[in-house]
Design a protein around this ligand. Structure first.
Ligand code: GLN
Ligand code: ZN
Length: 786
């Protein structure tokens, strides 16, 4: 009997595969998808070529996963590809486009691939769907916009086609989709939706569409379908009772569908808490738990209760291999967790990853330039698949059957514990000696007059956030340095030339507080990682950030210290070119952690303190070199906010302490700036205030200063620079527009504390846009001064 025939018998759900992963990097080991997408967008290729390239990435993924030990015949291999973003995929699957895109769907409501890119990227006529961070990761998804009348129906068939494609390749894949509840929790109400409307109001429509899809997947041979519901691990704006009610309704409805695949519902990124018993009550056949973030004992209790109440236990996919970091798994600890789950419940337990592997690079074996000892401690996506397979083998055949592998994992962990640099006594002593006094500056009321004296500025002073356009010459010089065609001295000379231009431009534009433009920084975190001890960088460790954009996070493996000044020569060089103040420019401790892969063998707070201490040395050196304004960027402060409310106060305490440690070593006359972007500051406003920076710049232009009433209410009483120039768009704001925004700002911020600046750095903009935009910004500030 073929697999497809077995499908119609829903009473006997197929067993969950013994070993699987929730998802795999989508971009390709050589970023093949990125190349193909960008070629298509630039007009250099057509849709057929793009489809072909994507099909090759998918085939390669399946082949690789099977090579690494996943079975090809039992739904072990996830079918989790996406051209751009899995949330966008649900939007197109359901034809759920906001009204400003009503022209995109075809007559039958379906949205083509080319049209889906218009949703993702916008066009001349309209802005794209908003993009925001996916849970507490650095991945960005597209935010669905739903109203009471947004079309929602099953209009797409990509999951079916990709399943058939896998089958034709001889692989019984498992389709993966964002689940209906999470889709709605991530959506926002479309502009113009009536007050009180919430996307969850559309639950029944979304369920109808998912219910229509399931039999089609079964018909195409799916034994299982995976529905990801990370929305269930967050304390968000929707009251918990409503989330639980929606969850119950959703899975009662979907389990009632006849002729469907078995349902594997996963709750990655955290602990499902009260949602787990609710899911169990609906009778879904499989539950995927994140046992890295989530609590295994609590899950075991919930499963035990369910069984004791006389119900059949679902199959459990135990996510014991971390999908979010790059460290080899402690296989002994993972086996203990697996044992706990199997013994308490008597349920069948399979081995999986905590989340998709899309958050880690493909393969550590290609990192030949990485220190061999550090490399031996690491596991990227491919190594993690092998770990899953090893654990599943141990579970099935006993640990003896994989004893060499278990021993190798133990040896690597031991080696990591003992390796020089992992624990540096000098760093530890210095951290231990820190006290409250190291975190505090004199009150702002005392600092302000000293700063006004040291740094005479007009009212409404103008500045920028740090980076200037990374011109082709800058990129070319960096590439030449990498290739060896340019030596370090030649590279630095090219960068100095760029700094001189940037300084001259700002003087010409009459900006008050200058920046050096950051040309020497490939990336605001990696630049520091390369100069600090305790970090390693990879050559190929790309991770998707959004769409075709990837970042290459550094690896923080040991105690962090600063062997030498990192930014002082650039700052002093820039200062030497002008009589105006030039800001020293640093990335803050939380952002450095958020955008790196961080060691997992000590609390994040301890690691943050070490990074902060290194930055503190840098601020002190900058000050000694005559720099009177120092900016420490913390754009990721909001990103690391824990998903559960209970964990937030502790996080906010240590993250604020780290910033203060980094910045409180300077004289009261030195002005500390900070910068935050990526909106949604609401929840962290108290913490932003507690950073105690003299000046805080925040993104505010696109939302037209929406945040300022809240900032005012939070009692913020130091300098504030709400952005007046949306740098995410090539548009040049007019002088009147900037004046309007500043007038709005003045309603909430007194004139003697208001700064005038763009939303963020200008790195991604072109000089032709930046010149006129800054000119208008300066003119607007001048107009308001008089
Ligand atoms: N100083 C950085 C820049 O201007 C800040 C970037 C950011 O906030 N993401 O590029
Ligand atoms: Zn920014």
């Amino acid at each position: 009997m073929s697999h497809a025939d077995a499908r119609t018998d829903t009473a006997a759900a197929p067993a969950l595969p013994a070993a699987t992963v929730l998802g795999y990097p989508r971009i390709g080991p050589r970023r093949e998808l990125k190349t193909a997408l960008e070629r298509y967008w630039s007009g250099a290729s057509d849709l057929a070529e793009l489809e072909q390239a994507a099909a090759e990435v998918r085939t390669r993924t399946r082949t690789r996963l099977v090579e690494l030990g996943l079975r090809r015949d039992d739904a072990s291999v996830p079918s989790a590809f996406s051209f751009y973003d899995p949330v966008l995929d649900v939007v197109t699957l359901l034809g759920a486009v906001p009204s400003r895109f009503a022209d995109l769907p075809a007559a039958d409501g379906s949205v083509g691939l080319a049209e889906s890119f218009v949703l993702a990227r916008g066009d001349e006529a309209r802005g794209p769907l908003e993009m925001t961070k996916w849970f507490d990761t650095n991945y960005h998804y597209l935010v669905p916009e739903l109203g009471p009348r947004t079309p929602i129906a099953l209009v797409g068939d990509r999951p079916v086609r990709e399943l058939l494609e896998a089958r034709a390749d001889g692989v019984q894949a498992r389709p993966v989709l964002v689940g209906p509840v999470t889709f709605l929790l991530l959506a926002k109400a479309e502009d113009g939706a009536p007050d009180g409307f919430h996307p969850l109001d559309r639950l029944e429509d979304v369920l109808d569409a998912y219910a229509a899809l399931l039999p089609r997947l079964a018909e195409a041979g799916a034994g299982w379908v995976q529905l990801d519901e990370p929305g269930l691990v967050v304390d968000g704006a929707v009251p918990a009772e409503d989330v639980l009610a929606a969850t119950r309704r959703a899975y009662e409805r979907l389990t009632a569908v006849t002729d469907r695949p078995a349902l594997l519902v996963t709750t990655p990124y955290g602990d499902p808490g009260a949602a787990l018993p609710v899911l169990l009550g609906t009778g879904v056949e499989g539950i995927g738990l994140d046992l890295v973030r989530g609590d295994a004992s609590r899950a075991a209790d919930a499963l035990g209760d369910h069984v004791r109440a006389g119900h059949r236990a679902p199959a459990v996919l135990a996510g014991v291999v971390n999908g979010r970091n790059v460290w080899r798994t402690d296989l002994d600890a993972a086996l203990a967790t697996l044992g706990e789950l199997s013994s308490v419940t008597g349920a069948s337990v399979s081995v999986g990853t905590s989340t998709t592997l899309a958050h880690v690079p493909h393969d550590v074996d290609v990192e030949t330039a990485l220190d061999a000892r550090v490399r031996s401690w690491l596991a990227f996506a491919d190594q993690k698949v092998t770990e899953v397979h090893t654990l599943a083998t141990a579970l099935a055949n006993g640990p003896e059957s994989v004893k060499d592998r278990l021993e190798a994992a133990r040896a690597a962990r031991r080696d990591r514990e003992e390796a020089p640099g992992v624990r540096d006594p000098r760093v530890r002593e210095r951290c231990a000696a820190l006290g409250e006094a190291d975190l505090a500056r004199p009150p702002y009321a005392e600092r302000r007059p000293l700063q006004d004296q040291a740094l005479p500025l007009p009212p409404l002073p103008t500045t920028t956030i740090g980076s200037f356009p990374q011109t082709p010459e800058v990129r070319r010089a960096r590439a030449a340095l990498r290739r060896g065609a340019l030596d370090q001295a030649g590279y630095e000379a090219a960068m100095r030339e760029h700094v001189a231009e940037v300084v001259a431009v700002q003087e010409r534009l009459d900006v008050d507080v200058l920046v050096h433009g950051e040309p020497e920084r490939n990336d605001m975190v990696q630049y520091f990682a390369e100069l600090l001890d305790g970090f390693a960088v990879t050559d190929h460790g790309w991770v998707q950030s959004y769409g075709s954009r990837c970042t290459r996070p550094s690896i923080l493996w040991g105690d962090v210290s600063r062997p030498a000044p990192m930014t002082v020569p650039w700052a002093t060089y820039a200062s030497s070119l002008t009589d105006r103040p030039v800001k020293g420019m640093l990335t803050g401790p939380v952002t450095i952690l958020a955008w790196s892969f961080v060691r997992d063998d000590q609390p994040l707070a301890d690691t943050a303190r070490q990074v902060a201490l290194a930055l503190r040395e840098e601020t002190v050196d900058l000050e000694a070199a005559g720099v009177v304004v120092i900016q420490v960027d913390e754009p990721a402060l909001r990103e690391l906010l824990p998903l559960r409310a209970g964990a937030r106060p502790d996080y906010l305490r240590w993250s604020v302490d780290a910033f203060r440690l980094a910045t409180a070593g300077v004289q009261p006359s030195t002005q500390i700036h900070t910068h935050l972007c990526y909106s949604e500051f609401g929840e962290v406003l108290g913490a932003i205030d507690a950073l105690d920076a003299d000046v805080t710049s925040i993104e505010a232009a696109r939302s037209r200063m929406e945040i300022l009433p809240e900032v005012e209410d939070a009692g913020f009483d130091r300098g504030l620079g709400p952005g007046v120039y949306d740098i995410h768009s090539p548009r040049v704001p007019g002088t009147d527009e900037v004046v309007d925004l500043l007038r709005l700002a003045l309603k909430h911020v007194p004139a003697d504390r208001l700064w005038v600046n763009p939303d963020c750095g200008l790195k991604t903009r072109r000089p032709e846009e930046v010149g006129p935009a800054l000119a208008n910004m300066v003119t607007a500030a001048r107009a308001l001064r008089s």
